[in-house]
Ligand binder design. Sequence first.
Ligand SMILES: Cc1cc2nc3c(=O)[nH]c(=O)nc-3n(C[C@H](O)[C@H](O)[C@H](O)COP(=O)(O)OP(=O)(O)OC[C@H]3O[C@@H](n4cnc5c(N)ncnc54)[C@H](O)[C@@H]3O)c2cc1C
Length: 417
Amino acid sequence: MGRDATPVAEPWANWAGNVRAAPRVLLRPASLDDLRHAVIAAARRGETVRVAGAGHSFAPLCATNGTLLDLSLLTGVERIDRETGAATIRAGARITDLGPSLLAGGRALANQGDIDRQAIAGAVSTGTHGTGRKHGSFSAAVRAVELMRSDGELVTIDTTDPERLRAVSLSLGLLGVLTRLTLATVPAYKLRERTRALPFDACLDGFLAEETAKRNAEFWWLPAHDLCVLKTFAETDEEPFRTEAPEALPGTIERYLRPDAVDWSWRIYPSTRTFPFVEMEYTLPLSEGPAAMREVRRLMQTQHPECTWAVEYRTQPGEPSLLSPTQGAESVTISLHQAVDLPYEPLFRDAEAIFRDHHGRPHWGKLHWLDRDVIAQLYPELPAFLAIRAGMDPEGMFTNAYLARLGLAGDTSAPAR
Ligand SMILES: Cc1cc2nc3c(=O)[nH]c(=O)nc-3n(C[C@H](O)[C@H](O)[C@H](O)COP(=O)(O)OP(=O)(O)OC[C@H]3O[C@@H](n4cnc5c(N)ncnc54)[C@H](O)[C@@H]3O)c2cc1C
């Protein structure tokens, strides 16, 4: 039995500050023995356990008044398989730390999202994604995981057990504590980033052709300007460079244009997000994207001028995880943002109605107002996920009140503290 994990004194809040929790104890294990000790102690007390990654989810996935675990001391790339290129990474590693280690082995992640501050286990557990139909989310890259169950035992799930891999590759911390993840990688690559401003219709109408031609593409619609900023990434052998950003006045569209740049992929993908905001994102069938985007624009222009934050439009391939919001079909994702201290619920709820009309499913890490009946309809494989959960967490320890309310905790009778 290892020594006690270090208790951390402060209460917990997520990055945006819209979720706060007062766990009975917040522990930062420095080894797998520490982690085992913490998990077994919580099991003896009949307490629920949540793991927080970097706290970048907007939904209360990590909130608990039981034991909260922080794996930020269990970090680093452990090995890169010479034959397959798959990288085995400790669960607490931040995405931002992976680029240099993978590059040293000649490898890189095939795709990344808007920022790289998340823990790798957190990004995988919510299906965090970038843009483009050619390269999928963090969940889609999972080839194996090691996780700790409530009895402290370590279990490995890999491609020899495809159904459980489909469950654990997007599992919201419901199946145990992920300790190691093995992710597919690709040969290291450089990207050329370009942004340009376009009228709304031209951008939306031409987007799929642009996205097909490039490695990755996305656009942001800026309500205050009624213009879009299209961002594309193309693979290149050019030497890295960054042009100086010309001085742009506040309130001008130029503020949103990034200077052309070439660099290693992991330096190009992430942006910096300074102002705390909250976000709602829905994943929709590819063909529904344009109509839904037009309706969201009309909604914001006519009923919600209070929100001037950009709306992001991305694509995703169909993905195999049982709880993937793509449910196996090529998809569009549309994300709304609002400053955390401004009203957001009326807009988000109105937009949610549009997304629901277009057969959307919410991002698990972001805000939505669905109930368990709707979630059950949207996820026909939820019973398969719950059966796997019942086998892996029979005491119902790895849950919380929010997840139980959504029907994701199954029938376990443990108190969802
Ligand atoms: C500024 C910002 C930008 C974002 N950009 C994107 C984007 O481009 N694309 C996108 O898809 N999403 C994006 N998100 C959402 C974000 O990527 C997800 O919510 C992600 O889960 C956050 O990772 P995290 O490490 O902070 O995890 P947390 O929010 O801390 O946790 C997420 C889930 O993972 C579980 N978990 C974490 N570690 C473990 C573990 N070791 N074992 C078991 N379960 C674990 C938690 O219990 C929880 O259920 C963004 C969020 C913010 C705040």
